[in-house]
Design a protein around this ligand. Structure first.
Ligand code: SF4
Length: 305
């Protein structure tokens, strides 16, 4: 069972909205800590790192909504963000502390587990960029999980990491399906273009080339006419990860698929009414068509190696 993250247990966000960004209320808050012990599907890492709390993309299936500070904010998932003002300073201190205890062991960091580090607000505040700058001095193993082309802004920093995997979320090959399940997120095309740009821009003569995963998690329906093209485009990655929805649970603070997504599943009954059939069929297609790409499922796919 997922737990509320420690740094928020006793906190509620400021009642004052410091900024409006589009239709998002932005709160500013000092975090007590940045690095949180990694557990569950990312237990292979030492820490998760979430620059923001809340996420403007507000995907209908997002399990992270369960970690909202209160019931109203859970309902308003996607319309608020808490910006951790002191993040860079705290991160530097925490990494110093790690190295005092583990002088020869760079930390393994997963950014991010309950927010998107490159949501639209990042284009203005550059908080994630400031954290990359801090991390560069500490040589971590870093995984960046995002669905945003804004990541391409930071190619200059990405180029300088020595152990970096970029996980780009692309959950369907059909724009119509994306618009139902995650209407506030970037288009599928923009995400593929972002991967392409990263791959083209990284200078391999400078050393390490970031590993690229596409996380099709959860695997959403892809319309029949889009399927072959989608699978072909997935070949741009080193690894493709698939996973079904997190099972729903009635307890309010348990990470699971949101009710909103369950409702969309009815619209796509042609995909979901056959149990695991379409999931397995899609997986088999990936295995047979993408011979040069690692195909992994669920937790296995989220490790760095
Ligand atoms: S982008 Fe990720 S963290 Fe943000 S709402 Fe969507 S699934 Fe949740």
């Amino acid at each position: 069972m997922a737990k509320l993250q420690d740094e928020y247990k006793e906190q509620t966000p400021s009642r004052f909205v410091n900024e409006q960004f589009g239709d998002t209320n932005v709160y500013f808050q000092n975090a007590k800590s940045l690095l949180t012990k990694a557990t569950g599907f990312i237990a292979a890492y030492d820490f998760t790192l979430n620059p923001y709390r809340g996420c403007q993309y507000g995907c209908s299936y997002c399990y992270a909504a369960a970690f909202s500070p209160n019931t109203q904010m859970r309902k308003d998932w996607g319309k608020w963000v808490i910006y951790k003002e002191n993040a860079a300073k705290i991160l530097g201190k925490e990494l110093e502390k790690w190295y005092r205890k583990n002088p020869n062991q760079p930390p393994r960091i997963y950014m991010s587990s309950v927010t998107d580090p490159y949501q639209p607000l990042e284009s203005k505040h550059q908080l994630t960029r400031s954290l990359l700058e801090v991390m560069l001095d500490y040589r971590p193993t870093l995984v960046i999980q995002t669905r945003s082309p804004i990541i391409t802004r930071d190619i200059d920093y990405l180029q300088r990491f020595q152990r970096l995997r970029i996980n780009m979320s692309i959950t369907t090959g059909s724009e119509a399906v994306r618009k139902d399940f995650e209407p506030r997120s970037p288009s599928i095309k923009a995400r593929f273009n972002a991967i392409n740009k990263i791959k083209q821009s990284i200078d391999s003569s400078k050393g390490f080339i970031p590993k690229i995963s596409i996380t099709v998690t959860p695997l959403l329906p892809t319309l029949v006419n889009d399927e072959d093209d989608f699978i072909e485009r997935l070949a741009i990655a080193d690894r493709v990860v698939i996973q079904d929805f997190h099972k729903s649970d009635s307890r309010s603070l348990v990470a699971s698929t949101r009710q909103e997504a369950e409702e969309f599943k009815h619209k796509y009954s042609w995909w979901y009414d056959q149990g695991k059939y379409n999931y397995i069929r899609f997986k088999e297609k990936l295995l047979s068509r993408l011979s040069g790409v690692e195909i992994k499922e669920g937790k296995d796919g989220f490790g760095y190696e």
